[in-house]
Every structure is written in C-alpha cells, then in structure tokens.
Design a protein around this ligand. Structure first.
Ligand code: ZN
Length: 263
C-alpha cells in the first residue's frame, strides 16, 4: 500500500494544493526498477538469478539471489486476482518462508511503501508486512495526518492473518497500491480492526488497530483474497496521482470518518 516519495510529494503537493479539500492522500510515486529482476522465471533476465522452482522448493537462497530483490507484480497478473494459500504452521520457520518474508520487507522498503502482501512478489501465500515510520509521515501535511489518524508503528510481519472489522465507523480516504503504479482512488475502510495471526517466529499475535494502520491492514488483507483496491473504490474517484488534489465529483461522499447507518 501507498508508495511514498518525498520528491514527488514536494513536486506536486506543495504546488498543486487543492483549495476545496485538504484531506488528500500524499501524492506518491513508485519508481520503476528495471534493474531488479522479476520473481518468476518467464519475466526474468537470464543472468544473476536461480530457477523459479528453486524459490518454491527452498533452495533459492544462495548469496546471489539474496542480493536481488523480486520485482513487484502488477495488476492483471493472475497471482493478484486469486485467493492465496495459508502457510502451513510447521513451515513458518523454514528457510523458504523466512526468505519470502525478508524479500517482502526489502521490496516494501525499496518502494517505499507502508505495506506489502506476498502475492505482490508473485508468491500465492497468506503473508503480509507493514510498517509506517516517522520519516514517511513527516512528508504528509499535518492536517492530513490527523484526519487519517496516522501514527508510526514498527515493522509487522503477519502470517495467515484473520481480520475482523470492529465498531460502526468507516473512513474514506485516497489510497494507492504498489501493484497499480501512478493511480489513487477513495476507498471506504473500517476505522478499527482486529487482526490475529502468526509472526515470523510462529508465535501467535493479536493486533488491534485503528486509523491509517487499520487501513493498511485491510488493504493488505484484501490482497490475500485476490482483491485490489481498484475492485472496491468509491465510483468516480479513480485518478492519476498528479490529480489527487483535484476536487471530488459532485455527489461523491466527503473524505473523512463516518458512521455506518444503523439499519
Ligand atoms: Zn496493494
């Protein structure tokens, strides 16, 4: 979720602030990385890599491959549109799964993004990573940080997450995805969620999150079910990142927090 680039943020946000609504997502940018090979064999350049079968069978973690991070899989690739499989508990400590986790962290930070799901590096397993830092947050306007209830948190690795929506409030904000370069749309997310699962050591974990962290968790969790934000955004809010500050169309719900109607 949400690639972040100070450069583009400064280029677009400061010069193109929209007077009509300030609750926009930071205009972000994910640089294409042609020097990084794609995870899967059919898209990979011939050098510096091991066969893709080696990754799946756990023999791929020699030094050469460890130096090269997988590329982010883009929308349209079937791995992003199908449900991912649970990681067998006994395999969490395996070299293969640990390597996948390390790659995911590396790819998320390279983005940089604040979250990543394993299908985004071509791995159909239920693993997500997320992290939001003071530095990333410092690039966003203060008003926006407050509106989004965005606070820094340490790296989280969650294997086989289960997500429960909590409370009766939702939040509408722009979000983006590393697998859908250059675009944003408003997505309605629950304000509070509870997530259980396992950390990378196989220890059970339970997280209660709200605000922006809850949004990241829901975005990444959706990836594990083959859903991208473009499958569920508020109609007519999809736009290029350059246009993120422009007014929403007439009739679109306001950005911010709202209560679900108690029917
Ligand atoms: Zn995403």
């Amino acid at each position: 979720l949400l690639p972040i680039s100070k450069t583009l943020f400064l280029q677009t946000s400061k010069s193109r602030r929209c007077p009509f609504h300030s609750l926009h997502e930071s205009p972000n940018f994910s640089p294409k990385s042609p020097h990084f090979h794609h995870f899967r064999q059919y898209k990979r350049p011939p050098s510096k890599v091991s066969p893709s079968s080696a990754w799946f069978s756990g023999f791929g973690s020699n030094k050469k491959t460890a130096e090269v991070l997988p590329e982010i899989v883009k929308a349209g690739d079937p791995v992003l549109h199908e449900p991912a499989s649970e990681v067998p508990i006994e395999e969490i400590g395996s070299e293969r799964v640990q390597k996948i986790v390390d790659d995911m962290i590396g790819v998320m930070r390279r983005g940089p993004g604040v979250g990543l799901a394993a299908p985004q590096i071509g791995i159909p397993l239920r693993i997500i990573v997320l992290e939001d830092t003071k530095e990333y947050i410092s690039y966003a306007p203060k008003k926006e940080i407050e509106a989004q209830d965005r606070r820094s948190f340490d790296l989280l690795v969650i294997i086989n997450p289960r997500l429960q929506k909590k409370g009766n409030k939702t939040a509408l904000f722009f979000e983006g995805c590393l697998s859908v370069d250059g675009f944003r749309a408003v997505v309605e997310r629950h304000l509070e969620v509870e997530v259980t699962g396992f950390n990378r050591d196989g220890t059970p974990l339970q997280i209660y999150a709200r605000g922006w962290q809850a949004r990241i968790l829901q975005h990444e969790y959706d990836h594990l079910d083959g859903t991208i934000y473009v499958d569920k955004f508020v109609p007519r809010t999809f736009r290029t990142v350059e246009n993120v500050d422009l007014p929403l169309p007439v009739g679109c719900p306001q950005l911010g927090v709202r209560s679900l109607e108690q029917a």
